[in-house]
Design a protein around this ligand. Structure first.
Ligand SMILES: Nc1ncnc2c1ncn2[C@@H]1O[C@H](COP(=O)(O)OP(=O)(O)OP(=O)(O)O)[C@@H](O)[C@H]1O
Ligand SMILES: [Mg+2]
Length: 468
C-alpha cells in the first residue's frame, strides 16, 4: 500500500515488458524502469523484436508497453506479431498522437495509447486501467494466456481494441479428437443474405449445442462479418498470412476475436480490399502456400463448427473452402437474376466439382417475396430442392445489422430467428459426415447423376415467365 493508504497501481507485482526503442529519447522514457518499480511493478526490457517474442513466450508478462516509433521493433506489424503470440494488454507509446495513429493502435488491439513526452501520471493511470482489464486474463490464462476468461466470455460486443483471450487446448491437455463440421455460406450474387445467415447461424449453432463455433470471413475484399457483431477486430486473417511458420491450431486461435455470445469467435476479413492479395494470389508472402487451407484445417481440428462466409466468386480461397466444407449453404433470393446465378453455381458445384447433391443445401432467403414466381417454378427451374426458407423480416435483420448484434441474441423468437434456428437444428441433426481422407469431394457418380438433372439449356429455358 502507498503511505496514503491507496493501493499501488502495480500491487501484486505485475510484470511489465518494456519494448521501447533505443531512440526513445530523454525524459520519463529513460527513467521508466525506476518509476515502475517504485509503483510496485516488476519490469523487463526487450532489446529487439526477437527478444520481445522470446520474453513474451518465456515470461508471460501482464502488460506490454510497446514503442511504435522504433523501426527496429517492426512498427505495427511487430505489434501484431506480439499480439498473436500473446493476448494480454498492450499500451502503445507514440510520438505522433494524431487521430489516424490512435485509430490504428485501437484497430491493432492496443488497450491504451500514450504520446511522448511521457508523464508519470498518465503512464500509471494507463497501467492501472489495463491492470483492471487484465486481471481475469492473468488469473485464468496461465503462462501464455490461452484460456478464455469469464470476463471475456460474458462481455458484450468487445469494446474497440479489446483483446480476446485465445482459447484452444491448454498446455498439457490432449487435443480434442473430433473434427468440426465446416459449413460454407455461399452465393453467386451479392446482397442475398450470406452474412446475415452466417452470423446468425453461428449464434444459433452455439445456442443449440453449447459448443464452440468459429466464424471465418472469407469475403476477402469486402467482408463485414465483424460489423454484424459490432466488433473492431484487432487481428485479421492477414496477420496469419504474414507469419513465416505453418498455421497451427494454436496460432490460428490467437487471431480469433471473441464475440457475443461466448462460444462464438471470429476470424475477420482483411481490413481493406487491397490486403486480400496477401491471402490469395500475387501478394502472398509465400506464394506456394494455400493459407486458407491451413487455416480451415487448423480450425477444424479444435472446434465443433466452423462457419465460413464467402465472397461471390470461384477464386482459390472460396474454392478451397467449398472443397473442405462438409456442407455448402447456397443462398439465393427468389428473383430471376439471383436464381440465374444460382443455377450457374449449381452447375459448377455439382457437375464440375462433382460434389454430392447432399453436400449442397439451397437456402431461399426472402422466400415470401415470390413476386411473379412460385416455389415450384424455382424447384423446376433449378431442378434442385429448396432445403431451407427464410422469411423477409426487415425489422429483425436490418435492425440487427445496423445495431451490430446478431438477431439470434435479441429476437430468436422472431419469424426470421425461428427459421435460422431450424437451419441450425437440421445441421446439428445431420451431424458431421466422416471425412474419408482428402477433400470431401466426389460421392458416388450414380447418386450424383440421379440427383442432378440440370439441362444444358440453363435456367432461363426451364423457368416459366413470371406471372403478372
Ligand atoms: N431475410 C431478410 N429479411 C430482411 N432483410 C434481410 C434479410 N436477409 C438479409 N437482409 C438484409 O439484406 C442486406 C444484405 O444482406 P447480407 O449483407 O447478409 O447479404 P450478403 O449476401 O452477405 O451480401 P454481400 O454479397 O454484399 O456480402 C442487409 O441489409 C441485411 O440486413
Ligand atoms: Mg456478406
Amino acid at each position: 500500500m502507498h503511505p496514503n493508504g491507496s493501493e499501488k497501481p502495480g500491487a501484486g507485482r505485475r510484470l511489465v515488458l518494456l519494448a521501447l526503442g533505443a531512440g526513445a529519447g530523454p525524459g520519463a522514457d529513460g527513467r521508466l524502469p525506476e518509476l515502475l518499480e517504485q509503483a510496485g511493478f516488476s519490469v523487463l526490457g526487450a532489446s529487439g523484436p526477437d527478444d520481445l517474442l522470446d520474453l513474451i513466450g518465456r515470461e508471460g508478462p501482464d502488460v506490454l508497453l510497446y514503442d511504435i516509433d522504433d523501426p527496429e521493433l517492426g512498427g505495427w506489424e511487430g505489434m501484431s506479431r506480439a499480439r498473436l503470440a500473446w493476448p494480454g494488454p498492450v499500451i502503445v507509446v507514440s510520438g505522433r498522437g494524431d487521430e489516424a495513429d490512435l485509430e490504428e493502435a485501437v484497430r491493432r488491439g492496443a488497450q491504451e495509447y500514450l504520446t511522448r513526452p511521457l508523464d508519470t501520471e498518465s503512464l500509471l493511470a494507463a497501467l492501472s486501467a489495463v491492470n483492471r482489464q487484465a486481471e481475469p486474463v492473468a488469473a485464468a490464462g496461465g503462462r501464455d494466456g490461452q484460456a478464455r476468461t469469464a470476463a471475456q466470455a460474458s462481455s458484450g460486443p468487445a469494446p474497440a481494441g479489446s483483446a480476446p483471450g485465445p482459447p484452444g487446448p491448454r498446455e498439457g491437455e490432449p487435443p480434442p479428437g473430433r473434427q468440426a463440421t465446416v459449413i460454407a455460406v455461399f452465393s453467386t450474387k451479392g446482397g442475398v443474405g450470406k452474412t446475415t445467415l452466417a452470423s446468425n447461424l453461428a449464434v444459433a449453432l452455439f445456442q443449440a449445442t453449447g459448443e464452440e463455433v468459429v466464424l471465418v470471413d472469407l469475403d476477402l475484399e469486402f467482408g463485414s462479418l465483424a460489423t454484424y457483431f459490432g466488433l473492431r477486430p484487432p487481428a485479421t486473417i492477414v496477420d496469419l498470412c504474414r507469419l513465416a511458420e505453418p498455421i497451427t491450431p494454436e496460432v490460428v486461435h490467437k487471431a480469433l476475436v471473441a464475440a457475443q455470445p461466448p462460444g462464438v469467435r471470429l476470424l475477420a476479413a482483411p481490413a481493406s480490399p487491397d490486403l486480400a492479395a496477401e491471402v490469395e494470389g500475387e501478394g502472398r508472402k509465400q506464394p506456394d502456400r494455400n493459407y486458407v487451407e491451413e487455416i480451415l484445417t487448423a480450425l477444424a481440428a479444435h472446434n465443433r463448427f466452423v462457419v465460413v462466409d464467402t465472397g461471390c466468386n470461384f477464386r482459390e480461397a472460396v474454392l478451397t473452402t467449398l472443397d473442405l466444407a462438409e456442407r455448402v449453404l447456397l443462398v439465393s433470393t427468389p428473383d430471376i437474376p439471383a436464381l440465374q446465378n444460382t443455377g450457374k453455381a449449381l452447375d459448377v458445384l455439382l457437375k464440375r466439382l462433382e460434389y454430392p447433391a447432399a453436400k449442397v443445401n439451397l437456402v431461399l432467403n426472402r422466400a415470401d417475396k415470390l413476386l411473379g414466381l412460385t416455389e415450384d417454378d424455382i424447384r423446376q427451374g433449378l431442378e434442385f430442392q429448396i432445403a431451407f426458407k427464410l422469411p423477409t423480416d426487415e425489422a429483425t435483420a436490418v435492425w440487427a445489422a445496423n445495431y451490430g448484434r446478431p438477431f439470434m441474441l435479441d429476437r430468436p423468437g422472431s419469424r426470421l430467428g425461428r427459421a435460422v434456428t431450424q437451419v441450425a437444428r437440421a445441421l446439428v441433426k445431420a451431424g458431421t459426415p466422416a471425412r474419408a481422407g482428402g477433400p470431401p469431394r466426389g460421392g458416388s457418380k450414380a447418386a450424383r447423376d440421379a440427383s442432378w438433372r440440370w439441362t444444358d439449356g440453363g435456367f432461363m429455358d426451364t423457368l416459366p415467365s413470371p406471372r403478372v
